[in-house]
Ligand binder design. Structure first.
Ligand code: AVJ
Length: 320
């Protein structure tokens, strides 16, 4: 599996998640310490991310919802009825009704690695759309996924909101887009959210809110390591930092040691100098050209693009 990919849980004899342990130990052994972002999202982290979407500085969720709410007629015209809507990483599926309500879908197929979330969201959706067949699939969508036989005869619409694609470095993002293309087949379309490049102050504030929710979200990773991997990391010695990288066009989240620290994880010792950081997440930002280039490299042809009124966020429709 790639370093940013998704994999179903594999526990060792002590009940430790092997992929988590390996990812953390390997990441802490590098010159620039870095832990794959997927590990931020345990139950507490997922809840904290939900909280982030409500803080005033974090605009992407509201901007994307604005587009989804206002462009229903465009979706109906360009996407048409009868498609099986396949949502990648459906999580709690809050944005999905906005799409389903616009296009008269033939079926809804939420894909997620987290079974509990998935079934709850599927039940929720079924209640809101009586008569719509819902086929949840617990799967790692970084590889081609075998979709339920019931939707074999329908054209697909992939839905990948939230600029989640921005979590991946371009080569991983391209691999994922190609896997989605394989999963969805000929005749498919893809509706994907991509956050836009903008002034650095707005971007950094979105990832470092004054209320400290994003800081808690980031530091929760250390708490999780201490709890699940017998860690002794002094969480309070680390400061959250959101850093714009102009070179990579991304906001990076780091945990910066504010003093020299030494700790162990799974019995392995690590030391960090004051000012040294652990890189925990990337959130790539796009402009029209970089978004189109990424999609084309991933075997998708852009069809239409919408932004919110303030031009902060883009939603792109592409075809296979
Ligand atoms: C869930 C990956 C879309 O990058 O904007 C928000 C995650 N991290 N604040 C993003 C996140 C810190 C979010 N994504």
């Amino acid at each position: 599996a790639n370093s940013e990919g998704i994999k179903l849980v594999d526990l060792d004899e002590d009940g430790i998640d092997r992929a988590f342990r390996d990812g953390v130990l390997e990441g802490l052994s590098q010159p620039q310490k870095a832990i794959p972002a997927r590990w931020l999202y345990d139950d507490a982290g997922s809840q904290l991310f939900e909280d982030i979407t409500a803080v005033p500085e974090y605009y992407p969720t509201r901007a994307e919802r604005e587009i989804l709410e206002e462009r229903g007629e465009d979706f109906a015209r360009l996407i048409g009825p009868g498609r099986a809507v396949v949502e990648f990483g459906s999580g709690s599926s809050v944005k999905t009704p906005l799409v389903l309500r616009a296009i008269e879908p033939g079926a809804y197929v939420p894909l997620d690695i987290a079974g509990d979330f998935l079934r709850a969201a599927a039940a929720d959706l079924s209640a809101k759309f009586p008569g719509l067949p819902v086929y949840p699939v617990e799967a790692d969508f970084t590889r081609k996924v075998e979709l339920p036989a019931e939707v074999a005869g329908m054209n697909k619409l992939g839905f990948f909101p939230g600029s989640t694609i921005g979590n991946m470095v371009p080569r991983t993002a391209v691999d994922l887009l190609r896997s989605m293309r394989d999963t969805l087949g000929d005749g498919a379309m893809l509706l994907i959210g991509m956050d836009l490049i903008k002034d650095v102050a707005t971007l950094e504030a979105a990832y470092d809110d004054a209320g400290g929710v994003t800081a808690d979200f980031n530091r929760n990773l250390l708490t999780r390591i201490n709890r699940e991997l017998e860690g002794t990391i002094p969480v309070e010695a680390f400061r959250h930092e959101a850093r714009w990288s102009d070179l990579y066009a991304r906001v990076e989240m780091h945990l910066v040691a504010e003093e020299d620290v030494a700790f162990s994880v799974c019995g392995r010792g690590f030391a960090m100098k004051s000012g040294e950081s652990i890189h925990t997440e990337n959130s790539h930002k796009f402009d029209r050209r970089s978004a189109n280039t990424l999609l084309l490299a991933g075997r998708w042809t852009p069809v239409e693009r919408w932004t919110d009124a303030e031009g902060r966020f883009s939603l792109i429709l592409a075809r296979a």
